[in-house]
Design a protein around this ligand. Structure first.
Ligand code: HAM
Length: 426
């Protein structure tokens, strides 16, 4: 008899790896508590209509990736109901907000969730058919401040804090505004118009998307299509004054709290409910599936599901991808030298080697650069090979006070050579 295996795109999580999953979840719960979020648990399957109406019939998720089945009717008088394993959790949270009349409290609801989601995508590294999200939603009546750009900035600042506390370095935050519900149709009409003459030269997927969901053309990764996409109209030119002011306020608040971001005018995201702010955090270590998390504002979603006006913003992080990133970072960490010595000129090559010898005798792992390198190249090479760089110039050589920079924190300090070459305790 053939042995049975976990089905394609699903997998078992075993110890010791599960300890890392628990650590990530505990860190997320701790950070969310500091921002006053409470946990919500919604069912893993819902009425198919919830996703068709919430996420959008034309999206890839609803049109081809959902696990949907007709649930058997129990009595002859009953109709079979179409049910779906949740492909994401924002629609479910907003359904629960409406069903339990959470808006009637008059307060902002700050809810987080951790759990499995299901999409029938082609499995590859970082992409599974059962995957796990850690997400949060901030939703409430307008009078509770739910529409304020400060909500957006606070959520983004919380995410930067969470990634920092998890020890995930090297992420990039891409930000955009997709405008209000009335800006979008004007933009989509302009895109359709611009695509008319060009789409025949584009890939098959773009030809299909130009018909069904022209915004998705902006997501195309095919290299030959990029010059054409660059000529298409940009959503930024279609924002009304209120959306423009909202976006500016988000950017200013982020700058005020020191959260770095890049504006990406092509970031429209794959779900139909987004309005105004959209964002993604990516990490290069992940390869093709490089989105660690994504999210945005969805000011009209509650009404789309038959509820009251309840603007909101939220995100979901791919927990599988957090695990992959942390594992890659710690593998890299284990390979790194303690210091990369950068001699600042040919005459310092020999002193650099002598310093390396002293540090190695003290038990440290050392790489030495070459004095013919420019400073920029020394930093680039050093960053690949070591945790910290020691700059060895004439002044440092004579004074015995070395300039040391830590690549992870960006901190630069002066340390006496005598301090560094002390033998390590082990
Ligand atoms: P999403 O961009 O579809 O957004 O998914 C969020 C994150 O889930 C992605 O960035 C990725 O890390 C992870 N993810 C998605 N699909 C897979 C997969 N097949 N395998 C592994 N990881 C995956 C949403 O789901 C929205 N509900 C986010 C949101 C919340 N927007 C507002 N509130």
């Amino acid at each position: 008899m053939s042995t049975l295996k976990a089905v394609r795109g699903t997998r078992d999580l075993l110890p010791p790896e599960t300890a890392l999953w628990n650590h990530i979840e505990a860190t997320a719960r701790r950070v969310f508590a500091r921002y006053n979020f409470g946990e919500i648990r919604t069912p893993i399957f819902e009425d198919t209509q919830l996703f068709a109406r919430g996420v959008g019939e034309e999206t890839d998720i609803v049109s081809k990736e959902m696990y949907t089945w007709e649930d058997r009717a129990r009595a002859q008088s009953e109709k079979a109901q179409s049910l779906t394993l949740r492909p994401e959790n924002t629609a479910g949270v907003v359904r629960a907000y409406i069903e339990h009349k959470l808006g009637e409290t008059g307060m902002l609801q700050k809810l987080y969730y951790i759990g499995p989601q299901f999409r029938r995508e082609r499995p590859q590294k970082g992409r599974y058919r059962q995957f796990y999200q850690i997400g949060a939603e901030v939703i409430g009546p307008h009078s509770a401040g739910s529409e304020s750009p400060l909500r957006d900035a606070e959520v983004l600042e919380m995410l930067a804090t969470l990634l920092d506390e998890l020890g995930i370095t090297g992420w990039t935050l891409a930000l955009n505004s997709v405008g209000s519900a009335s800006d979008r149709p004007r933009y989509i009409a302009a895109l359709r118009e611009a695509l008319k003459d060009k789409v025949a030269q584009m890939c098959g997927d773009c030809q299909r998307r130009a018909e069904t969901n022209p915004l998705r053309v902006l997501d195309c990764k095919v290299p030959e299509d990029q010059p054409i996409i660059d000529t298409l109209p940009q959503i930024a030119d279609f924002l009304d004054d209120a959306s423009r002011a909202h976006f500016t306020a988000v950017c200013e608040a982020l700058a005020a709290c020191g959260v770095k971001y890049e504006i990406n005018p092509r970031l429209v995201r794959g779900l139909d409910y987004y309005t105004r702010t959209t964002f993604e955090f990516t990490h290069d270590g992940l390869g093709a599936q490089n989105a660690l998390l994504g999210g945005g504002r969805y000011d009209g979603l509650s009404e789309m599901l038959g509820g009251p006006k309840a603007p909101g913003i939220g995100f979901a992080m791919g927990e599988d991808r957090l695990v992959l990133t942390l594992a890659a970072l710690s593998a890299r960490e284990a390979e790194l030298a303690d210091y990369f010595i950068a001699p600042l000129g040919e005459s310092l090559n020999a002193p650099a080697l002598e310093l390396a010898r002293a540090l190695r005798q003290a038990g440290l792992r050392i790489e030495v650069g070459d004095g013919s390198f420019r400073l920029k190249k020394s930093f680039e090479t050093g960053n690949k090979l070591a945790r910290k760089i020691i700059l060895l110039g004439e002044d440092e050589q004579q004074s015995g006070i070395l300039t040391v920079k830590d690549f992870a924190s960006g901190e630069q300090s002066k340390i006496a050579r005598a301090e560094l070459v002390k033998p390590s305790k082990e």
